[in-house]
Design a protein around this ligand. Structure first.
Ligand SMILES: [Zn+2]
Length: 733
């Protein structure tokens, strides 16, 4: 996912792409740019020096060799440096056009090489590409800093920004100016030299200590694998799992014993299936105390130190706490908003946790056992209750989902009904792997809207997960239309067999295509505000909304036919899938909310508050108090990650810190929007066109609350999310 220009090195270079030889016509009453002597900007050479001549400037993979990348990156950086220098050297007074727009236009060759290069390192890498990545990434990061922290450039940006009240600008111009200014300020452009030295020192220490946290945690996780003496203690696991445990124990020097490796999370996927309660308990404590047991892999003082350094760094930028500093470009904007949002969920969540615990205790009693539920029992019994109530077999569902039908008769069909889009498979565009297919996307008026690449299958050269990005960003400034790809990791069927998709991947296909729509409908002047270039706590919202159509009856009946019988999927099977999704939310949702709260609490500390947490015991105390005061049942449902093993937020200088709530926040927007669609007639062109006009064509050009208000006619509400997770009953309104 790209983010906006200048906030990170990667986005600096991903911001722009160029139509070669094109001259800008964008000059709406702005002062004319003083011409920069052409000789000042070096010319690039090789494939990436100019735009592809293929339709939509789609990359021509037949013409790119691995040896092209390093020289293209180097030239791209040199050209952007010269372009930035030309902005600085411009004798004319700073204007929006000669400074902000000129900066937006810089780095086109770099953008071109980076988009192709990073697409391939993700989805079809080689040893050589990995080597180039390791070599080039720190250089790109330094290149980004050299622009973001250039005082002469910032002086011009600031001059334009300070004069903004006197300028007449479009909404999008104003946004670009603000984002450029704030991005540079956030990087440290406003600091004094002395402050910048302090920030540098903090950054260095943060970088060291967060790396140390990550490494120590890895060691702690490996070290604390559970070792048991006999296979009986692992009763309930499959033979394959037990022999894997024997092998792992032998590798660890415990020949003849059995070892269960810990996972990243507090919970362990094998725990529910274990029938020996004593083993479950041991596994739980091994996981829970992996990094707070006082041994050499105890991370608690690192947590305290990281929290303090972040609070101190935020203070240098004039922010009260780290969360306030990092959330400047988010939809929620402040930690108070994010905390308030999560606290709203707590009463219903706590009630659900207590209700589910009571149900589990009733089942334990019914089995004639004499104990009450503990965290190591919870999911064992939850699975039993689930099997009783929602028995369905995933293998019964999968035959209804053939991949081509899911894509063309499901995903594309929904996009046709909602937005009037049409899709035509192409065979003329070069692809980077034979499994990739391409489509031209036609808009509601019949014009060509975008190119879509679909790369569905697992392979060793692809990293895990699923994602969307652009080969070419939509931009009116450059006259470019979007070229978009979706990458998934579906296991490929053996040759000659029908390619089926499990239900999770069906939802993922709709999800990633939701991102694709966000990119295709982009209608922006500037590439750095285009399409999915939106806030971290917003970008997953349109993609989640698109998942709703996977199980919408009219869509489902159109694509879900049994590959042998041709029979349409029975609605009761779908209802079972949906009902099961509401099950065990006191635990499944609870552990995530608790982790998100913990993240925000650590990052809403002032430097003084953070400094007071100066012993391992005080780290424990802070964690416990932060969660306990909310009234959640944390002794039964522990957070998904405890502070001492919260890798997302403590293993890199910023990482997902003060950002874990984003998963929940975007789900709130999603579920509330689904309600809007259903309240207004569901799958209709009118609804689709309205959503397109108000949200998914807007890129990052507007305040996100304003965007939601224009779409739904009100502010987002947490209730539909709580209803969809079964935490509260649907009300009768
Ligand atoms: Zn996504």
């Amino acid at each position: 996912m790209k983010s906006r220009l200048l906030t990170t090195a990667a986005s600096t270079i991903l911001g722009a792409t160029l139509l070669s030889g094109c001259t800008t016509t964008y000059n709406d009453g702005m002062e004319t740019t003083t011409a920069v002597p052409a000789a000042a900007i070096p010319a690039g050479t090789g494939y990436f020096a100019a735009d592809s001549t293929l339709p939509f400037h789609a990359p021509d993979f037949t013409k790119i060799s691995e040896d092209d990348y390093i020289p293209a990156f180097e030239q791209g950086m040199a050209i952007q440096q010269a372009e930035v220098q030309a902005i600085i050297d411009n004798p004319a007074a700073p204007t929006f056009e000669n400074t902000i727009v000129a900066l937006e236009k810089s780095g086109r060759m770099l953008g071109r090489v980076a988009t192709v290069f990073f697409a391939l390192t993700g989805s079809n890498t080689t040893d050589r590409l990995d080597e180039i990545n390791a070599e080039i990434s720190p250089r790109l990061s330094a290149h980004g800093d050299s622009i973001n922290l250039n005082p002469a450039l910032f002086a011009r940006v600031k001059a334009v920004y300070d004069n903004r009240a006197a300028m007449s600008m479009t909404v999008e111009d104003a946004r670009l100016l603000e984002e450029t200014y704030k991005g540079m300020a956030h990087a440290g452009a406003l600091l004094t030299d002395a402050q910048r030295e302090q920030v540098k020192a903090i950054n260095t220490e943060l970088s060291t200590i967060t790396t140390e946290f990550g490494q120590t945690l890895r060691a702690a996780t490996v070290e604390n694998a559970l070792i048991v003496d006999s296979a009986d203690q692992l009763a309930g696991l499959s033979d394959a799992e037990i022999s894997a445990a024997a092998k792992l124990a032998a590798e660890k020097g415990h020949e003849g014993k059995f070892a269960i490796a810990l996972q990243n999370t507090t919970r362990h996927p094998q725990m529910p299936g274990m029938t020996d309660r004593d083993t479950r308990e041991k596994l739980f404590w091994a996981s829970y105390h992996r990094a707070d047991n006082g041994g050499e892999n105890d991370t608690r003082m690192m947590v305290a130190r990281i929290a303090k350094l972040r609070a101190q760094k935020a203070a240098l930028f004039g922010a009260p706490d780290w969360a306030s500093y990092t959330m400047y470009d988010r939809m929620a904007k402040t930690p108070a908003t994010a905390l308030g949002f999560m606290e709203q969920m707590v009463p219903a969540l706590a009630t659900t946790q207590r209700r589910e615990a009571a149900e589990i205790n009733a089942m334990i009693a019914a089995e004639g056992k004499n104990f009450s539920v503990q965290p190591w029992d919870w999911n064992t019994y939850a699975e039993k209750i689930k099997a009783d109530r929602y028995a369905f077999d995933e293998s019964l569902v999968k035959p209804y989902f053939q991949i081509d039908n899911v894509l063309e008769k499901g995903v594309f069909y929904a996009a046709n009904k909602l937005y009037g889009l049409r899709f035509e498979k192409r065979t003329d565009l070069p692809v980077y792997h034979p499994d990739v297919t391409t489509y031209t996307v036609f808009d509601r008026d019949g014009s060509e809207l975008a190119i879509f690449y679909f790369d569905p299958y697992q392979r060793p050269s692809k990293r895990g997960g699923a994602w969307m990005s652009n080969f070419v960003d939509q931009s009116h400034m450059w006259g470019t239309k979007p070229v978009i790809y979706n990458v998934l990791n579906i296991a490929k069927a053996p040759d000659g067999e029908v390619q089926l998709v499990d239900f999770d991947n069906v939802e993922t296909m709709f999800h990633e295509f939701g991102h694709a729509l966000h990119g295709m409908f982009a209608d922006q002047q500037y590439p750095s505000l285009s399409g999915t270039a939106t806030a971290r706590d917003f970008v997953e919202y349109p993609s989640q909304v698109n998942e709703m159509w996977a199980t919408y009856p009219e869509v489902l009946q159109h694509y879900a036919q049994h590959y042998k019988t041709g029979e349409t999927i029975p609605m009761e099977l779908v209802e079972k899938i949906q009902a099961a999704a509401k099950f065990n939310q006191g635990y499944d949702f609870g552990e995530v909310v608790e982790a998100a709260l913990l993240d925000m609490k650590w990052h809403a500390l002032s430097p003084e508050q953070a400094a007071a947490i100066d012993t391992p015991e005080k780290v424990d105390e802070f964690e416990r108090k932060s969660l306990k005061e909310l009234g959640l049942e944390i002794d039964l449902v522990p957070p998904r990650y405890r502070s001492s093993f919260f890798n997302h937020i403590f293993s890199s200088p910023a990482g997902y810190s003060a950002g874990y709530y984003s998963y929940l926040w975007t789900e709130m927007l999603d579920k509330d929007s689904r309600k809007w669609f259903l309240d207004n007639g569901g799958l209709t062109r009118e609804n689709g066109d309205h959503y397109r006009a108000t949200v998914i064509s807007r890129g990052g050009t507007m305040d996100y609350f304003d965007m939601f208000q224009k779409f739904a006619g009100r502010q987002p509400d947490v209730t539909p999310m709580l209803v969809s997770r079964g935490l509260v009953e649907e009300d009768a309104e």
